[in-house]
Ligand binder design. Structure first.
Ligand code: NAD
Length: 485
């Protein structure tokens, strides 16, 4: 292990910490395949210490004694510091997970708004006075935090997906132990250092890094964790749900998707085609909301395919650290292997590959984990390429005849995270947004997210909602107080 690599430490009770056992894991740069940084390899000993720090902070007068308005003020201050540090954090995350620097700058530019939105909600979580049906009794409700929350995040958007959890849970008065993905922990470790600068009491925010079995599982099992907020793949989500059930812990699960992006013949095709391109190829297809099933009405099918291929063919594949790169690598070597397997299986099941389908050679980045933007036509919704999440730059195009058929294909999926509908018929837009089974429906747009809009899945895409006022409900519990006058 190279001694000269940058070392990122965990945050524990307000101080930077190596793993108790002194071990480190390499963090690899997906654009080159080489190690660029080290993160602590934590075990259950580190998890115990982090949870204890978070539990002590939860009960401390420095945190629990703060008014909700004062908590909001801390979050506002934190958002200002985050805005100052945005460029540095964007560069670290690009190094770590290969996401385009242009995309990261846009994401980090928007991120402080999440913390400001929830800062504003901190002192608006009101209880009620109950018109109780007993003489001389007074009763009211209080909305209280849950305790220590475990935030477990994936590699594709560590800081954004953490904000969806951390901003509301802190506004609600909880404390946190964060476990980022072992493949991309560095931006999170640099980010949490900012909490002390903002004046948060030590122990309110803590991190542990490492492997799922060594560090994730002990965190999930820990008796002092009140709730687990998880974003990641289905196997991890099921394992966590199972473990949470045994200990009756609350969960929010944001899992995978196979989102339909539906282009009707009456759509503005120029906009629809660009929406389809960004729907699937942003972040090299590694987003849970990827519009990976493109449903196209038969009367515009050939024109849409032609335009899509023409745009995707010219996408600049390259180093994600350069501002004009349009397609970067996938985050891990294993993920690239999975994407290539999905492509092979699509070919085997009879889909026609009309673009890409292999590994590009990018000069200077031969060691990187790139996959060509890939488009399949002639896909049947029963083929594995239409049913399984690829999490890579692979689009499956499925033709349909009319609205009923589009709807039945769209809903014939185990997932229900998001969907796009492209049409100029307002009646159709409303009918489809009512009948498509998904947590988010975009009409004549794709991929829009905001701190104001609740986000989450139906069916196998998850449990609970993040963002918007609903997110506060995920981190509060109601207490009834009775007083005999
Ligand atoms: P993953 O499930 O492998 O890992 C996610 C995190 O969970 C990591 O930190 C990992 O160490 C941890 N983990 C995994 N198994 C665990 C266990 N049994 N106990 C405790 N911790 C465990 O996911 P990934 O490969 O990093 O991310 C890709 C997946 O995330 C995709 O399936 C994608 O759809 C999903 N995702 C969902 C959303 C959403 O909001 N719905 C957003 C982004 C990504």
């Amino acid at each position: 292990m190279a001694e000269d690599l940058e070392r990122f430490c965990n945050l524990l009770a307000g101080s930077g910490r190596e793993a108790d056992g002194g071990e480190w894991l390499e963090s690899l740069d997906p654009a080159t395949g080489e190690a660029w940084a080290l993160i602590p390899r934590c075990t259950s000993t580190d998890v115990d210490a982090a949870v204890e720090a978070a539990r002590a902070a939860f009960r401390s007068p420095e945190w629990r004694g703060l008014t909700a308005t004062a908590r909001g003020a801390l979050l506002y201050r934190f958002a200002d510091i985050l805005a100052e540090e945005a460029e540095r954090l964007a560069q670290i995350e690009t190094h770590d997970n290969g996401k385009l620097i242009a995309e990261m700058r846009a994401q980090l530019g928007y991120l402080p708004a999440y913390y400001r939105y929830f800062a504003g909600l901190a002192d608006k979580m009101e209880g009620h006075v109950l018109p109780i049906d007993k003489p001389l009794m007074h009763a009211f409700t209080r909305r209280e935090p849950l305790g220590v929350i475990a935030c477990i995040t994936p590699w594709n958007s560590p800081l954004l997906l953490l904000a969806w959890k951390l901003a509301p849970l802190l506004a609600a008065g909880n404390t946190a132990v964060i476990k980022p993905s072992e493949h991309a922990s560095c931006s999170t470790l640099a980010f949490v250092e900012l909490f002390e600068r903002a004046g948060f009491p030590a122990g309110v925010v803590n991190t542990v890094t490492g492997l799922p079995q060594e560090c994730g599982e002990p965190l999930v099992r820990h008796p002092d964790i009140a709730k687990i907020a998880f974003t990641g793949g289905e196997p991890g989500g099921i394992a966590i749900y199972r473990s949470a059930a045994e200990n009756l812990k609350k969960v929010t699960l944001e899992l995978g998707g196979k989102s339909p992006n539906i282009i009707f013949g009456d759509a503005d095709l120029e906009r629809a085609v660009y929406g389809a391109v960004s729907g699937i190829f942003a972040a090299s297809g590694q987003t849970c909301i990827a519009g990976s099933r493109l449903l196209v009405q038969r009367n515009v099918h050939d024109e849409v395919v032609e335009r899509l291929v023409a745009i995707a063919r010219t996408a600049r594949i390259g180093d994600p650290k350069l501002a004009d790169t349009q397609v970067g690598p996938v985050t891990t070597l294993a993920q690239r292997g999975k994407v290539i397997d999905h492509i092979a299986s699509a070919r085997q099941s009879g889909a026609e590959c009309v673009l890409g389908g292999g590994l590009p050679t990018v000069e200077g980045l031969e060691g990187g984990w790139f996959v060509q933007p890939t488009i399949f036509t002639g896909v049947d919704n029963q083929m594995p390429i239409a049913r399984e999440e690829v999490f890579g730059p692979v689009l499956a195009i499925i033709p349909f005849d009319d609205e009923e058929e589009a709807l039945s294909i769209a809903n014939d999926s185990p997932y229900g995270l998001a969907a796009g509908v492209w049409t100029q018929d307002i009646g159709r837009a409303i009918r489809m947004s009512e009948r498509v089974e998904a947590g988010t429906i975009w009409v004549n747009t794709y991929r829009a997210v905001s701190f104001m809009a609740p986000f989450g899945g139906t069916k196998r895409s998850g449990i609970g909602r993040e963002s918007g006022q609903e997110a506060m409900d995920e981190y509060l519990q109601t207490k009834s107080v009775w007083i005999d006058l």
